[in-house]
Design a protein around this ligand. Structure first.
Ligand SMILES: Cc1cc2nc3c(=O)[nH]c(=O)nc-3n(C[C@H](O)[C@H](O)[C@H](O)COP(=O)(O)OP(=O)(O)OC[C@H]3O[C@@H](n4cnc5c(N)ncnc54)[C@H](O)[C@@H]3O)c2cc1C
Length: 387
């Protein structure tokens, strides 16, 4: 367990230490940036050391041994599901095959207050809540314990999450189970739930109504330039391209990620998860036949178990094998952490105290040279049209 201030940049908030504690004396407490960190009640602690032993960061258990990896560009044949998913809709196919066998699927969902939490479902209808990326750190809560309970009773379990959440699960379980399948993501990093909440409040105040539905990845104008959308209780809607949305601007400029994301130990080609999913960014450049701008997944098979499940679902997809190095060329988050912006701390402090739109506008101003380039480009285009 990494707790003190100097180690705060290491703790991923995975909950393994909380869930393993035999005295239930560790609680996750929100810090001033809105991230959860473990705090020990010293009066109840018996110094058993299990919280240290289980921490994947303390133990360096953040990658798998080198294995034979295969990568595919893949698209779910069910277009309705694909359009509701972030990339090619492959998560749903994997999850449905587990549910068909009486298994349970764990993933990240919004609760009634739009807080992002981990939970499980045993039905295909329940998968709806997990579909689509939520760009907020999800709270693992009791889900490692619930997954262990299912595994011990012999049920098939699919556990999905960020690479650090999958690392936390394996450390907590302490052994491999034949009936466990894991699926992680190529992860840019996870934003602060506090910043997300401030954004939600801002949107609700602008629309003068509470949010009813929300999507970070609406594909109405395409997958590559996806939109963020909200539906409100007064039947109004907000839709903005990812490049225009205030929250996405802050996220993509890395202004509000968890401190550990800037030096993520789980960014490796040799993932612990059986399957890694991602957007196949750049697919149009070398596999144009796999791009219709409705979403293409990159699926990376890391283990025999991953291979088995891909064999089972592949007849419900259009897929092509790809070279892994080519596939991740436009997705450096597979192996590289993002850079920590100098102004991150100030940004988070300002977001707490000042209007959301003003803070994002002032921190995400386009540099003069980029504004000039944009202007020149539009003049050139106009001239070309006139000719
Ligand atoms: C925080 C975050 C950062 C990401 N960064 C990248 C990136 O840099 N490059 C890239 O190619 N892809 C990234 N992805 C993954 C990508 O957006 C898609 O989730 C992935 O391609 C799977 O898409 P799909 O169409 O198969 O299924 P979908 O239905 O879109 O995927 C849903 C899956 O995502 C999981 N999920 C959703 N939100 C969260 C969350 N907050 N925490 C943990 N798990 C979550 C669900 O549990 C489920 O397993 C990121 C996802 C998240 C959540």
């Amino acid at each position: 367990m990494v707790t003190d201030r100097t180690h705060k940049s290491k703790c991923t908030g995975c909950f393994a230490c909380v869930d393993i504690c035999p005295k239930n004396c560790i609680t996750m407490i929100e810090d001033s940036e809105g991230f959860l960190y473990p705090v020990v009640n010293a009066e109840l602690c018996i110094n058993c050391g299990l919280c240290e032993k289980v921490c994947p960061i303390v133990n360096g258990k953040t990658a798998a041994n080198e294995r034979d990896i295969k990568a595919y560009a893949a698209i779910n044949n069910n277009e309705e599901i694909r359009l509701k998913s972030s990339s090619g809709g492959i998560f749903t196919l994997i999850a449905e095959s587990v549910i068909d066998k009486g298994g349970a699927v764990f993933g990240a969902a919004f609760d009634n207050d739009f807080k992002v939490i981990h939970k499980y479902t045993e039905t295909k209808e329940g998968l709806e809540d997990f579909r689509g990326s939520k760009y907020v750190q999800s709270v693992i809560g009791e889900t490692y314990k619930q997954a262990k309970h299912f595994l011990e009773s012999g049920r098939l379990v699919l556990f999905t999450g960020t690479p650090c959440q999958i690392g936390g699960l394996y450390s907590y379980l302490g052994k491999d189970y034949d009936n466990l399948i894991t699926q992680d993501l190529i992860c840019h990093g996870v934003p602060s739930p506090m910043v997300w909440n401030k954004y939600l409040e801002y949107r609700e105040s602008v629309s003068r109504a509470s949010a009813r539905r929300m999507s970070f990845r609406r594909k109405n104008c395409g997958w590559k330039t996806f939109s963020v959308s909200f539906e409100f209780s007064n039947d109004t809607e907000y839709v903005a391209k990812l490049t225009d949305d205030l929250y996405m601007k802050a996220f993509l400029r890395n202004l509000c990620l968890r401190p550990s994301c800037y030096d993520c130990k789980f960014k490796t080609k040799h993932r612990q998860a059986d399957i890694t999913l991602a957007d196949f960014w750049g697919v149009q450049n070398f596999l144009p036949e796999m791009d219709d701008d409705k979403g293409t997944s990159l699926i990376i098979i890391n283990s025999d178990r991953g291979k088995d499940i891909f064999n089972k679902i592949s007849n419900k997809t259009k897929f092509l094998e790809v070279n892994i190095e080519e596939a991740i060329k436009n997705n450096s988050s597979m192996i590289q952490s993002v850079v920590l912006p100098k102004k991150r701390e100030n940004f988070i402090a300002d977001i707490k105290a000042k209007p959301f739109n003003k803070v994002v506008d002032s921190y995400c101003k386009r540099k003069f040279i980029n504004r000039l380039k944009g202007k020149l480009k539009s003049i050139l285009l106009k001239n070309r049209r006139v000719k």
